[in-house]
Design a protein around this ligand. Structure first.
Ligand SMILES: O=C(O)COP(=O)(O)O
Ligand SMILES: [Mg+2]
Length: 223
């Protein structure tokens, strides 16, 4: 038995730097529609509220907001294109794999809770050989809710067997989800968010993923 808490990890901007392949897909959709491409810094401000919101926001910042009925066909194109190169350039952030290895060796329960469409999340984690760390993986289209809906958080906590848990993410939806679920939340400073992570109300902001296990234990008062 371990005294460690369970961990719920966000995916994009927390475990994996997905910006390069997301950028390629968004720029394909934009240029095909006759709009200028986005730069990486703009994209990094828009990721985190699911693919449909990413499509709507991406077109909005190019000066060409979409009619609501235009989003669904673009979502279908997004899934197809993104799935064809999802891990071409996307890689785990520094320290992620070694930390997951360590936590797994300690018998810690871990899950992924992401607003990324569920098939994309499964494919990405499979191609990067990361699925084996997680007892549960919940992507944005698995249930009819996105983060920060508390029903989603409850499901994932239940999947992990209850008990103390910590959310590790990069954006405001991660903070709101954890608050609704009553668990502490750590944000990674290198992630995707329009506002600096330090302003989002997390219990702690970390620069290095390797510091997550010790910080989580401190937050929960576990030695
Ligand atoms: O919005 C997305 O597609 C990814 O979001 P995530 O940060 O919840 O993984
Ligand atoms: Mg994120």
């Amino acid at each position: 038995m371990t005294s460690a808490p369970a961990f719920l990890f966000d995916l994009d901007g927390t475990l994996v730097d997905t910006a390069p392949d997301l950028l390629a897909t968004m720029n394909m959709l934009l240029t095909r529609a006759g709009h200028p491409p986005l730069g990486p810094e703009v994209l990094r401000r828009l990721v985190g509220r699911g693919a449909r919101n990413l499509i709507a926001d991406t077109f909005k910042v190019t000066g060409a907001p979409l009619a609501p009925e235009a989003i669904e066909p673009l979502y279908a194109d997004f899934l197809k294109d993104y799935g064809s190169h999802i891990a071409a350039a996307s890689r785990p952030f520094p320290g992620v794999v070694e930390t997951l290895d360590r936590l797994k060796a300690e018998g810690v329960r871990m899950g992924v809770l992401t607003n990324k469409p569920h098939p994309n999340a499964m494919q990405l984690l499979t191609e990067l050989d990361l699925t084996g760390y997680f007892a549960t993986i919940v992507g944005g289209s698995k249930y009819p809710w996105l983060k920060p809906d508390p029903r989603l958080y409850e499901r994932v906590l239940a999947d992990l067997g209850g008990g103390p848990a910590v959310m590790v993410g990069d954006s405001i939806t991660d903070v709101q989800a954890a608050r609704a679920g009553g668990t502490p939340v750590i944000l990674m400073s290198y992630g995707y968010t329009p506002e600096p992570a330090a302003t989002l109300g997390a219990d702690l902001v970390l620069d290095d993923f390797r510091d997550v296990p010790a910080a989580a234990k401190r937050l929960l008062g576990i030695s």
